[in-house]
Design a protein around this ligand. Structure first.
Ligand SMILES: Nc1ncnc2c1ncn2[C@@H]1O[C@H](COP(=O)(O)OP(=O)(O)O)[C@@H](O)[C@H]1O
Ligand SMILES: [Mg+2]
Length: 269
């Protein structure tokens, strides 16, 4: 069964020209999928449709096999957590601690366990010293860390990250990525859908979906898609740095250990 399934979904803002037309999309359960597409390709629209923030004009959306409709919206929202690009719109609590508690209360977490969980997850994203700070006093990157800590603590079945690390520097991005990987190892059944135009993230995906103008152009493995220069060019994407380097070394006849996995190489950087 797919964690997220779009069946012939059509959607246009204000019922006007569709941004997305007859879209079929399958996000596999327990996998780390990266939805790649340049700005304006419809990624955030898809994320909002998947959690019922927007309603499609035609077609069906299924979350864990359950059809998304008004009747079971709450049931679906209890399974899915999302972090958006702009964290400003996501804070409810007056302090970081309150904000994280809010999500956990909604999940009916035992109040006796809650404090420890908040501390644990705030620590994972390096925000434990800010637990009593008002969210408005945090930088964009810090807000993203808090938003991520909040949803990770909730341990959702399905986690959607919509450009959720866009305000972090490369080290910050890697830190968050490591936390997510660690969580994924502990809970292998968790589905992660990372929506991004940042191609480096796609190196580690179980599956990549390339989106352009609201249409799925290609679905495949990193090794098949990220070396395909034509495919990337046609979709206004650039190969990850490490692959560009590998190709340049090959062109220059500089020996490159072909058995060396690029992912391992990136980890060593
Ligand atoms: N609230 C909105 N009202 C009207 N058009 C919108 C709205 N939000 C996004 N769009 C349009 O929908 C298209 C897809 O946007 P979006 O899903 O945000 O793309 P992405 O997340 O890939 O950058 C763009 O052309 C954008 O201008
Ligand atoms: Mg977007």
């Amino acid at each position: 069964m797919d964690a997220i399934k779009f069946e012939n979904v059509t959607f246009g803002y204000h019922n006007q020209t569709p941004i997305i037309e007859n879209l079929n999309l399958e996000i596999k359960k327990g996998k780390y999928t990266v939805l790649l597409g340049h700005n304006g390709s419809g990624k955030s629209t898809i994320a909002k449709l998947a959690i019922g923030l927007l309603e499609c004009q035609d077609g069906n959306i299924f979350i864990d096999g359950i059809e998304l409709n008004e009747k079971n919206l709450n049931q679906i929202r209890s399974k899915v957590a999302i972090v958006f690009q702009n964290p400003d719109n996501q804070f409810i609590g007056s302090t970081v601690r309150d904000d994280m508690a809010f999500g956990l209360e909604n999940k009916c977490v035992d109040p006796n366990l809650m404090d420890a969980m908040i501390e644990e997850y705030a620590k994972k994203v390096n925000m434990h010293e800010f637990l009593d700070t008002e969210p408005t006093n945090l930088s964009g990157g810090q807000k993203q860390r808090v938003a991520l800590a909040g949803v990770l603590a909730m341990q959702p079945d399905i986690l959607i990250l919509d450009e959720a690390t866009s305000m972090l520097d490369p080290i910050g991005k890697k830190e968050i990525f490591d936390v997510i990987q660690e969580l994924k190892v502990k809970r292998s059944e968790m589905t992660i859908l990372s929506i991004t135009h940042h191609i480096e993230e796609a190196l580690f995906a179980d599956e990549i979906i390339i989106l352009n103008n609201g249409k799925v152009v290609k679905v495949g493995l990193p090794n098949d898609l990220l070396y395909d220069q034509n495919l990337l060019n046609q979709n206004a994407l650039e190969a990850p740095f490490i692959i560009q380097l590998e190709e340049k070394l090959k062109q220059a006849n500089i020996p490159f250990e072909p058995t060396l996995d690029v992912k391992e190489l990136v980890k060593q950087l």
